[in-house]
Write a protein that binds this ligand. Structure first.
Ligand code: FAD
Length: 407
């Protein structure tokens, strides 16, 4: 058997979260390996001159100010924003089945923007470009097929028969994490019986640099503003979460009928929907690992928690995990400890579990509040939203939380 390659830390999964973690860890001086199943090196450059809805990637993220700061520290934000991105100054949330409405403004928080909408592939591409010039040993197109505990760390097997050893393995392999299963970390999960329909649209009116979110009994609809390099403000990425049966019906519609229903669902706030891209539907499931750590092992990002996309916080929570683990492992490095130090991992888990759980509980509360039709709940929604909208300090605190600035 060929001798296994060995690392201080092996990051398993190089999506938006794992790639950022690997880059940060290597800057701290650890010997880091990153294994990614697909070949991100071949990610196509986003087309420069957008002419059609199909030119955008359907998956985008609302990157919070805190996540932006992390990507700045990693030196990749300038590259991310050299391409298409759209800072938004306003967020409008309203109850489609009532009269409640709340509006958040960056200006009220003395901020330039509440966040930035970025296509996921722009972030991954910028991270991989930085990784190519880092000390990280990058293994792309390499699928992990197994993971076993050793007396001091783990051995990870790849599809091509290679074995890799590390003192600490970090599972960043997404919502259906195999690493989490192999290491035996159980989850609490529940199905929303909803699907998120994702696509890009062009509207006749400008999006006004606003993230729009309308709640209805069957689920929320978000219009997230996009901006082309030439400054065209008429494109939005939509995330339309609907009960499964309704989502299936919407997916089966022709483009013209789908656009008409979408236009009605957003109450024509942006005029008519004049073009719609191919649509994708994702089943929605909330999932939370009961523990994020085991000896010599940690979970980060969607592998540890997946939440409803209604507040666009999934990637931001993952970046919160990355920040906390980088802090704890920097401290371990300074103290001359192993990256698998139990106390460092326990501190990481303590810092993240509470915050992730409270965000998940808030999403669940929102979903319940807007998913019920009783008169008393409707009254609470409408009165509550109007009241909150007038309460500057409380409203600003909620906005700061969503921007990731209260941690
Ligand atoms: C419809 C929708 C809209 C969303 N909108 C937002 C938003 O606006 N804002 C926001 O913050 N979040 C949003 N999210 C959530 C966000 O997309 C996720 O939280 C984020 O992508 C998670 O990143 P990750 O790197 O943890 O996991 P992933 O992106 O799933 O990456 C996991 C990586 O691991 C690799 N991998 C998996 N298994 C193996 C293996 N066996 N071997 C090797 N490699 C492997 C995969 O190839 C992949 O690259 C949304 C989610 C959905 C579904």
């Amino acid at each position: 058997m060929s001798e296994a390659k060995s690392f201080d830390i092996l990051v398993a999964g190089g999506g938006m979260i794992g790639a950022a973690l690997a880059l940060g860890l290597s800057r701290q001086g650890w010997r880091v390996g990153l294994v990614e199943g697909s070949d991100h090196g071949t990610l196509v450059q986003a087309p420069h001159s957008v002419v059609a809805v199909e030119d955008f990637e359907p998956r985008v993220s609302a990157i919070s100010v805190a996540s932006q700061q992390l990507l700045e520290q990693l030196g990749v934000w300038a590259e991310v924003t050299a391409g298409r991105h759209c800072p938004y100054q306003t967020m409008t949330v309203w109850d489609g089945d009532g009269t409640g409405r709340i509006q958040f403004e960056a200006a009220e928080l003395q901020a330039k923007a509440l966040g930035t909408i970025v296509e996921n592939r722009s972030i991954v591409r910028a991270l991989f470009r930085a990784l190519e010039h880092s000390a990280v040993e990058l293994m792309e197109g390499a699928k992990i097929t197994g993971c076993r505990r050793l007396s001091d760390g783990y051995t990870v097997e790849l599809e091509d028969g290679q074995s890799l050893c590390a003192g600490l393995v970090v599972g960043c392999d997404g919502a259906n994490s195999r690493l989490r299963q192999w290491v035996g970390l159980p989850t609490r999960e529940w199905d929303y019986d909803q699907q998120a329909i994702v696509c890009t649209v062009r509207t006749t009116q400008s999006h006004r640099f606003t993230a729009w979110q309308r709640f209805s009994l069957t689920g929320p609809l978000a219009f997230l503003p996009l901006l082309t390099e030439s400054g065209d403000e008429h494109f939005c990425s939509i995330v339309w979460s609907q009960d499964t049966r309704e989502a299936r019906r919407l997916m089966a519609l022709g483009d013209r009928e789908f656009s008409a229903q979408l236009e009605r669902a957003i109450e024509r706030e942006l005029g008519a929907v004049e073009a719609v891209s191919s649509r994708f539907a994702f089943p929605l499931r909330q999932r939370h690992a009961k523990d994020y750590i085991a000896p010599g092992f940690a979970l980060v990002g969607d592998a540890a928690h997946t939440i409803h996309p209604l507040a666009g916080q999934g990637a931001n929570l993952g970046y919160g995990d990355v920040r906390a683990l980088l802090d704890e492992l920097a401290r371990a490095k300074r103290a001359g400890l192993s990256p698998a130090n139990d106390l460092a991992l326990a501190r990481y888990q303590r810092r993240r579990k509470g915050e992730n759980l409270s965000m998940m509980a808030a999403m669940e509360g929102f979903k319940q509040l807007f998913g019920r039709d009783e008169l008393s709940v409707r009254w609470l929604r409408n009165t509550g939203l109007r009241w909150l909208n007038q309460l500057g300090p409380v409203k600003n605190r909620i906005a700061a939380e969503a921007m990731g600035l209260n941690g």
